[in-house]
Design a protein around this ligand. Structure first.
Ligand code: MLC
Length: 495
């Protein structure tokens, strides 16, 4: 089966039902039925085929949340074209790498982005409005490419431990498995109303949000992004029953007045959280305010969702529940031997949700998978005697800020290009709102020019990766083997 088949199944009997509420370019609220979505998808599919796109070709998207994201996802999966979402917060350097690596036929973008010279000169840019305009005159008859479920559907770039982002290749089967599992396990039905505030350029918003919406046939309100004041209005106006968010969003929602929180909670069916650890204290405050126990789950770009707290039964604070259907999870020691319940080790997963490998990176694949094809998540975990999994940290030094992943190595390599910087180490410090924030320690020849370092990082990195502080030290504390002991660096607290 392919993703388009599942969408078409969900169209049966509900072509005239409202599928989507969104703000158009003019800021006016608009709606589309499932039949409209199908017609828009078909027209765009004809246009992309007419422009020569074939199965296996890549098409990159550099777009904020807007209705055309949905059209493009559906047209690409229908044609077998591989969608490459790009984080709109990325700067030239990050974008140039993705484009050089994925070699897309074109990048679909909006006027403002193409005007800002974010893209390398030799890349073909397609303006999203022009594309929509041209698609409108295409036939609305359905097209179907013969695709195997193993065909790639998405290449999602995740920052790499090597400093350069790697493209995780996700197949139709990965997306189908993930979507059908979540619909079943979280009891999502066509009666739900899903408030979509997550960015569509990451798997949380795309593979969990969009795909479960399409499969379940529920109604979705698409917001451009999350902002707590705006979210409060959307909760009141749209009256959703379903919400997916990162911990930062739940921390922000706790700022809402208690009576508003209670009103929102009374209409909601399910709040789900993921992409970063949800502090137990946030879960508890949220339960008191909104009257809901947030359902925490665990996934990755490479595997989509692996583990989830139960819909029915105890949603245990601080844990990520059990493996989802068809997924096996093990915890192993450094020699890849299983550890006993209650002991900490690396979490390995296997199942139809797990990607087939990184785009053109056999050496990264060799590190990511064991010889018997278990995916090494790099996360440390424990399994309790009753089967609940708890994450206890990371094998790698990944920082997660506001649900966005940051690999220190990428920032360190950039800082080392600065004049007079001899050594650089980036670490995460706790932050109540964003979970963690990156800060940089530097060994330099001269006094630090913090403003220049900050400006250089802002020019070259997405804003969430820019260190919040640059701290000069004479030397790094190191082990006998020369490894930097990050925990021994002088403490820094925001002033
Ligand atoms: C933030 N910004 C955005 C944006 N989110 N711009 C465009 N689209 C978005 N969706 C920009 C802001 O304009 C600002 O830019 C800067 O980022 C910081 O924004 P902020 O509002 O001050 O930040 P904050 O209040 O902390 O809220 C950020 C947030 C955002 C929670 C809304 O972090 C967010 O949407 N996070 C979701 C990340 C996510 O989807 N992760 C899933 C990865 S998949 P400037 O220029 O003014 O600084 C994965 C697998 C799994 O991990 O298991 O899910």
């Amino acid at each position: 089966m392919q993703l388009a088949d599942l969408f078409e199944l969900s169209l049966i009997g509900r072509r005239d039902d409202i599928a989507l509420d969104y703000e158009g370019a003019d800021g006016v609220l608009a709606t589309l039925t499932f039949g409209d979505i199908d017609a828009r998808r078909n027209r765009l599919t004809h246009l992309l085929a007419h422009r020569g796109l074939k199965p296996g070709d890549r098409l990159a998207l550099h777009l904020a949340n807007r209705v055309e994201y949905i059209d493009l996802l559906l047209a690409c999966v229908t044609l077998g074209v591989v969608l490459v979402p790009i984080n709109v917060l990325y700067r030239e350097r990050e974008i140039a790498h993705i484009i050089a690596d994925a070699e897309p036929i074109a990048v679909v973008t909006s006027d403002s982005a193409s005007a800002s010279a974010l893209f390398p000169g030799d890349v073909t840019l397609w303006d999203v409005d022009e594309l929509t305009h041209s698609a409108a005159t295409q036939p609305k008859a359905r097209v179907r490419a013969a695709l195997d479920g193993d065909a790639p559907a998405l290449i999602v770039y995740t920052s790499g431990t090597t400093g350069r982002a790697k493209g995780a290749v996700l197949s139709h089967n990965n997306l189908l498995t993930n979507g059908t599992s979540l619909v079943t396990c979280w009891r999502i039905t066509s009666d739900d109303r899903y408030l979509a505030v997550l960015p569509l350029f990451h798997v949380h918003g795309l593979a969990n949000g969009l795909v479960t919406w399409l499969i379940s046939g529920c109604r979705m309100r698409l917001a451009e992004r999350f902002d707590v004041t705006r979210a409060a209005v959307l909760f009141e106006e749209f009256q959703p029953t379903l919400f997916f968010g990162v911990p930062t969003m739940y921390v922000r929602l706790l700022e809402l007045a208690p009576d508003l929180a209670r009103r929102i909670g009374a209409r909601m069916r399910l709040f789900v959280c993921g992409s970063a650890p949800l502090p137990a204290s946030t879960l508890e405050s949220f339960r008191d305010r909104f009257g809901h126990v947030i359902l925490e789950r665990y996934g990755m770009s490479e595997t989509l969702m692996n583990l989830s707290n139960p819909y029915e039964g105890e949603r245990r604070p601080g844990t990520v529940g059990f493996p989802l259907p068809g997924i096996s999870a093990r915890i192993v020691d450094a020699e890849l031997r299983d550890v006993s319940d209650g002991e900490t080790g690396e979490l390995l997963v296997r199942g139809p949700n797990v990607f087939r490998g990184y785009w053109c990176r056999p050496e990264a694949d060799a590190e990511a998978f064991t010889k018997d094809a278990w995916f090494r998540t790099g996360d440390l975990a424990q399994r309790a005697h009753d089967g609940y999994f708890t994450l206890c940290g990371r094998r790698s030094d990944l920082i997660i800020s506001g649900g966005f992943n940051i690999y220190p190595r990428e920032i360190e390599e950039l800082l080392l290009e600065e004049n007079g910087v001899r050594e650089a180490v980036v670490v995460g410090i706790p932050d109540t709102r964003r979970g963690e924030l990156p800060i940089a320690y530097l060994v330099t020849d001269d006094a630090l020019d913090v403003a220049a370092l900050d400006a250089s990082c802002r020019r070259q990195l997405a804003s969430f990766k820019v260190p919040r502080a640059f701290i000069r030290v004479d030397a790094f504390p190191r082990t006998a083997l020369g490894k930097v002991q990050k925990h021994l660096l002088p403490a820094w607290t925001p002033s």
